[in-house]
Design a protein around this ligand. Structure first.
Ligand code: 7TS
Length: 401
């Protein structure tokens, strides 16, 4: 693996006098210089609101914003830019989907399926919808090693099942779910499928056509892009039937007090001034990883994950959650009786940044009978030396207890 660390200035800083070992990439990745500079360059030399102006700067900003949509389209293999809705991130994408899809397609007594390993943002919006619409939510169970139980999954379908909501990659277990197979089963039962790709898009090639999903979402900040911008992909034929999520400027064709008509896709779902600097910077981030190669990144991170599973697995008292070989980028664990918060706090003193707690997946914590876990998560710039530092750090901390 070529050393890309020099592209990320923050990686050379120290924390408490130690070189930073940043292993919280599932929460957010660091930003390469080209992304940070794209943001400041646009504010310094282009900035103007998009879509509204005839003037030069507005057109230039609009061109960058719409070029970003095309970059995203290519990156995820969508058919048309009409299928690429810009949002604030995965969470907003799912809230948009739940609200708008729910309005168009779900009725009292309908059922949706949600896996046991979902992030709260792929649970709570569906519960809010349940309160509004009287739908029911069924949980797809997982094995102890952290895999979806496919037979059980299929047996959950009834004639009332409308939608499956599943993470492509779990933010805790790292399991890569068989979303293509799950889509095939969903479609065979006349249901749609939404794939939460927040933890897969940064780590592997993701193609909506290959997955054959109906909807998909990801966040810019987890794939080396800026915060505050994300994507909802939806099949054009479905988005066409769905009502707007929010009302305002940008999303209308014509407004009168008697009757308002909406813009064409995807603008119907993009009320208000978009984060047009963020979308451009996201495109720069996607170009950056494309140039390195998503296959290359996937291979590197698969090696790191294997190495980490092996190295951490040797530590006395180590319990790793998510032991399927088909996992990527994340290792969640507890060590002996050490509280995960103590473990994280003491590792931090050594300059090692891991996340601790429930990882916004409390039902999953309940599934494993724990209150929380520590979690190390990797990125294209992570090295085996950093994993060694983590293992040595854990061993040092464990001696204190
Ligand atoms: N879905 C998954 C699978 C995630 O991992 C996250 C964030 C989200 C949705 C929400 O993304 P957002 O960008 O809208 O916040 N996951 C994490 C995490 O694991 N630690 O911090 C945030």
């Amino acid at each position: 693996m070529k050393n890309y660390r020099d592209d990320f200035p923050i990686l050379s800083r120290t924390v408490y006098g130690h070189p930073l070992v940043y292993l919280d990439n599932a929460a957010t990745t660091q930003k390469p210089r080209c992304v940070v500079e794209a943001i400041s360059d646009e504010y310094y030399s282009v900035n103007a609101n998009v879509h509204r102006g005839v003037h030069y700067l507005s057109q230039q900003a609009t061109d960058l914003h719409e070029a970003a949509r095309e970059t995203v389209r290519q990156f995820i293999g969508a058919r048309s830019v009409a299928e690429i809705v810009f949002t604030r991130g995965t969470t907003e994408s799912i809230n948009l989907l739940a609200t708008s899809y729910g309005e168009a397609f779900l009725h009292e007594g309908d059922e949706i399926l949600v896996s046991a390993m979902e992030h709260h943002s792929n649970i709570v919006p569906w519960q809010l919808l349940r309160e509004r619409k009287g739908i029911s939510i069924k949980v797809i169970p997982i094995t102890d090693s952290g895999e979806i139980m496919l037979d059980e999954y299929e047996s959950l379908f009834t004639p009332r099942t409308r939608l499956v909501c599943v993470a492509h990659v779990s933010n805790v277990l790292g399991t890569v779910n068989p979303v293509g197979e799950m889509a095939r089963i969903a479609h065979a039962h006349g249901a749609h499928i939404f794939v939460d790709a927040a933890q897969s898009v940064p780590h592997m090639p993701v193609d909506v056509a290959t997955m054959d999903c109906d909807f998909m979402a990801f966040s810019g900040h987890k794939v080396y892009g800026p915060t505050g911008v994300g994507v909802l992909f939806g099949r054009e034929s479905l988005l066409e039937k769905m009502p707007p999520y929010q009302g305002g400027g940008e999303m209308i064709a014509r407004v009168s007090f008697e009757r308002t008509t909406y813009e064409r896709l995807p603008y119907k779902f993009e009320a208000g001034t978009p984060d047009y600097v963020g979308t451009h910077a996201l495109a720069v981030a996607l170009d950056y990883v494309s140039k390195i190669g998503m296959e290359y990144i996937a291979r590197h991170e698969a090696e790191l994950t294997l190495y980490a599973m092996h190295r951490l697995g040797q530590i006395e008292g180590m319990a790793i959650y998510g032991t399927t070989p088909n996992k990527c980028g994340v290792v969640a664990f507890n060590v002996g009786n050490i509280h995960h918060l103590d473990l994280g706090t003491l590792l931090d003193r050594l300059g090692i940044a891991v996340r601790t707690g429930h990882h916004c997946a409390q039902p999953l914590m309940a599934r494993y009978g724990v209150e929380g876990m520590a979690r190390a998560s990797f990125a294209l710039y992570t090295t085996t030396e950093e994993i060694d530092a983590l293992a040595e750090g854990i061993e040092k901390v464990a001696k204190m207890f």
